[in-house]
Write a protein that binds this ligand. Sequence first.
Ligand code: F6R
Length: 612
Amino acid sequence: MCGIVAYIGPKEAYPILVKGLKRLEYRGYDSAGVAVLNGALHVYKKAGKVSELENYTIGKDVSATIGIGHTRWATHGVPNDINAHPHLSNSGNLAIIHNGIIENYDSIKQELIKRGYQFHSDTDTEVLVNLIEEVRKQENATLEDAVRIALNEVVGAYAIVVIDRNNPNQLVAARKGSPMVIGIGENEFFVASDASPIIEYTKQVVYLDDQEYTVINRDGSFYIKTLGNVIKSHAIQKLEMSLEMIEKGGFEHFMLKEIFEQPKVIADAVRGRMNAQDGWIKLGGINEYLNKFANAKRIIFSACGTSWHSAMIGEYLIEDLARIPVEVEYASEFRYRNPIINEDDVIIAISQSGETADTLAAIEMAKERKAMIYGICNVIGSSIARASHAGSYTHAGPEIGVASTKAFTAQITILTLMALQLAQARGTISSSKLREILVELENIPAKIERALKLDEQIKEIAAIYKDSSNFLYLGRGYNFPVALEGALKLKEISYIHAEGYPAAEMKHGPIALIDENMPVVFLATNASAYEKIISNIQEVKARKGKVIAVVNEGDKHVRSLADHVIEVPATEEVLSPLVTIIPLQLLSYHIAIMRGCNVDQPRNLAKSVTVE
Ligand code: F6R
């Protein structure tokens, strides 16, 4: 978490830094700061959003052509002005911005205190900048050498940029475990956590790899080295992102824009990867490893949050269609519980950001145990994408709203193609059924469009239940993970307690919660469990619960029982999550707006969880 941005070149740095920080705010937004160097090193930082920082700097000296900026998601120390970045070394010569965690900061801090250093903040970052200062003093080292030597002493994750008050012509930046991209413009350079602060200035970028650092000079020269001091060659890549992709495009919030983008996102995710008429599927990465996949003894998904819900749908799809045993693991548990992993297991990591620390660590652990790693990521060039042996991008475009929406449906689309391709290779699906599902997959964008037209009706339902303290979401089969995802969407952006359950599990506990104040959202579209879900709805009604049911268009039976029905277009059961999640995303969005919540930047959250 945390967003970092730095600039060196002929332009005014401050406006570039502030604009960049606003684009990175999704990564953390509890405080923000900049350091600009113009003879003097000026540091301005404020608790709160980047806009607070902007107000604070009005009338202050921000004119400089080199600077660093940071937007924070607090790890060590509460969000306040003092703990905000940048942090200065004791001499005031060095300023640093840092995304990540230094795990052994306390022992280093005690050692530095013994040597006379004083600390003003509670952060691990202030320890790091003083360690660099101390190394520089002890070893009479250049800034580059001091940074490298210091980083070899720390344990943890970081993306850092350091500047020196006495050298306005150089930036030193390094990464391990946190993302970093360098933008290369005309005699100017940018460094940032992702490409969004860079995109309007240059499309030429270099992604720094783990355990690498770069020294960037104002004269236009730069080089990359490993933390072992070995020079690395670097490939300049062209950004595929455009400016309009990271703007709101007329929507009030990124989340709403991203919900409404889903028809296009699904169409983009399947483009060039399947042909319904001819019945072929070619998912990049699977082709080269088809044998490995088709003969896998087991597929293990590892992911977090919404991506973990996609993984559950992946489990249902692959077991149902391709008949390969699947396990779904929370990456944070998987990485630490000493799991049994064999060479003929395939590990699939799912991650929108491609930077989630636990998911990344889980695949590194599985790689050491010789498993094949397949990554399903949205962010191109992200750490998980690069750490995987093969993979597929979801191509959903930048997802900026902190609550994941379009990335979820794009992930499910990829998983559907994967399950079908494996089923075809293993002969577990007939060619007619395969074609039927592929044809229907092509119809999904239009069906989502229809579901999006329910927006006004969903807003009315939101108005009725916006003050509820609890919600239950119930579904069966493919709609069980959708229930989990619906509950997560609601709690993370509206702060209403919500739980998702398999509908039949209700009577093993949650039914005790049901009274006239409990709204229960039922997903009642799947034919295979229809009668059973009707019984579950009756059980809730018998206890005076309020039922909001998502049903197929034209459903009469549920209408006679439920307080509200939301009719979505019917589809193949295996594809139903792609449609049934839409009203749940809209419901959580409208409830959150009506409760005055910041839907794009919910409290305590960050888009990219690069700490464990
Ligand atoms: C929920 C949400 C989070 C993420 C989780 C994993 O809306 O966004 O639960 O899904 O932090 O993130 P990625 O997919 O980037 O690994």
